[in-house]
Design a protein around this ligand. Structure first.
Ligand code: NAD
Length: 427
């Protein structure tokens, strides 16, 4: 099968879910840039994919087998880079879409990586910590031929954390016979992690959210925001928004949502989450249906949970003037059009949530040099890169009459295409 056949096989009319959305965005960027079909085919098709069976010995002695993936979408600008997701909903197509978005994100923010993503089809809440350690170590062993600090560098995503990264780093290092700090990012500080990595995605989301609100003439202090998802990205985003004086009136997680018209006490909500594992039952707000968060009467909406939550079904009911995508792929292309027609400003995922990969890059640089930076140094460099990215995308959008997403994707795709062109096609 040729690359073009492969691209056709996964073209928007046959692909579904996030992969379809990613391919529609790519097709649009190719049209905006006037590139040929061969370039589309090359960029629509992952360079390398690995699907593995992960046999797991459960704590009761029984064996279960779960499926894992690693997809390297593009390698032209440097080693592959991207998160590892543990979720019962993981599919190969979802991992392909997430890997493609990583490629655009790294290119857009000038981080010298290609895009990758990994996934294990498992509900992490249904497994004990020792079981998750065994799954992680076995997944690492299975995909090890394509991992490495110069090849492919995983990081945390939905359902994984710094502990998971420590297990990957250890498994890889044991196989190599020496410690390889640069094989993952998002590691614990004691193992060569970077100061400021854990909060980086959320900080980056808030840097561009505040810039976008101001661009729309909305003063952040006193503005109202809704945040969907209260995990690694959403929780920090709510904290930093509140610190900036924004009233976070709605917050949700997969179990439910809470709301308070005058603004939720985010520090108290964090304590409630740490004690109970969910935002549900928080005494400082009213319980509301999860769907209300997307449609809340706020200035700013931050979807920070999963893909495909703003769709053609609910997009017309989004009331926020500004939508900042903390999650990857939360808005379908149909919803994007509805939001654009309604005059909403959507800051796309490949810009808005790039803070994580920016500080992952800083962590990799620090680990490779065995020299660590201070927290203010990391945070300042992160802010500079995020705001430079914001200005660049906004400038391109205004100059060419494009939405922020179309501008961002076109800028990213042109960087990757340029790298392809300069390197030439082997053989
Ligand atoms: P996480 O597992 O830490 O948190 C996910 C949160 O979303 C949890 O609060 C969960 O309860 C909630 N959630 C899940 N389904 C939901 C639903 N249907 N409605 C409402 N809430 C729901 O994951 P995370 O790392 O915070 O990632 C969230 C998103 O951000 C993902 O799209 C991820 O790919 C993206 N992202 C993460 C990072 C990072 O550094 N962690 C970086 C860039 C992008």
């Amino acid at each position: 099968m040729t690359a073009l056949d492969l691209a056709r096989a996964s073209a928007p009319d046959t692909a579904t879910g996030p992969l379809r959305d990613a391919l529609v965005q790519l097709r649009d960027a190719i049209d905006v840039l006037g590139y040929d079909e061969g370039t589309y085919a090359m960029l629509a098709t992952p360079r390398r994919e690995m699907t593995v069976s992960v046999p797991l010995r459960r704590d009761d002695g029984s064996i279960t087998v779960v499926t894992g993936h690693r997809v390297q979408h593009n390698l032209s600008r440097g080693p592959a880079k991207g998160g590892l997701r543990y979720s019962p909903d993981v599919t190969l197509d979802e991992v392909r879409a997430l890997a493609m978005w990583m490629t655009w994100k790294c290119a857009l923010l000038d981080v010298p990586y290609g895009g990758a993503k990994g996934g294990v089809r498992i509900d992490p809440r249904a497994f004990s910590r020792p079981e998750l350690e065994r799954v992680t170590r076995r997944w690492t062993s299975e995909v090890m031929p394509i991992l490495g600090p110069d090849q492919d560098i995983p990081a945390p995503d939905v359902g994984t954390d710094e502990r998971t990264m420590a297990w990957i780093m250890d498994t890889f290092s044991v196989a190599r016979g020496h410690t390889v700090l640069g094989v993952v990012t998002g590691k614990p500080l004691a193992l060569g992690g970077s100061l400021g990595r854990a909060s980086a995605t959320s900080r980056g989301v808030v840097h561009v959210a505040l810039a976008a609100l101001r661009h729309r003439g909305i003063e952040p202090a006193g503005a109202r925001a809704a945040v969907q998802g209260f995990g690694k990205v959403g929780r920090g985003a709510a904290v930093f928004l509140a610190e900036a004086g924004v009233r976070v009136t709605h917050v949700s997680d997969q179990y439910g949502a809470v709301a308070a018209a005058t603004g939720l006490d985010i520090a108290a909500l964090e304590r409630h989450l740490d004690a109970t594992g969910s935002v549900v039952g928080f005494a400082g707000g009213d319980a509301v249906p999860g769907a209300e968060v997307i449609e809340a009467d706020v200035d700013l909406l931050v979807p920070a949970a999963i893909e495909g939550v703003i769709t053609e079904e609910n997009a017309a009911r989004v009331r926020a003037q500004v939508v900042v995508e903390g999650a990857n792929g939360p808005t379908t292309p149909e919803a994007d059009r509805i939001l654009e027609d309604a005059g909403r400003l959507v800051v796309p995922d490949i810009l808005a949530n790039a803070g994580g990969v920016i500080v992952s890059y800083f962590e990799w640089v620090q680990a490779n040099q065995a020299y660590w930076w201070s927290a203010p140094e990391v945070e300042l460099r992160l802010e500079e890169r995020m705001l430079r990215g914001w200005e660049r995308v906004l400038g391109h959008a205004e100059a060419h009459g494009l939405s922020l997403r179309r501008a961002a994707t076109a800028l990213a795709v042109s960087s990757v295409a340029e790298a392809h062109l300069l390197r030439g096609l082997h053989p």
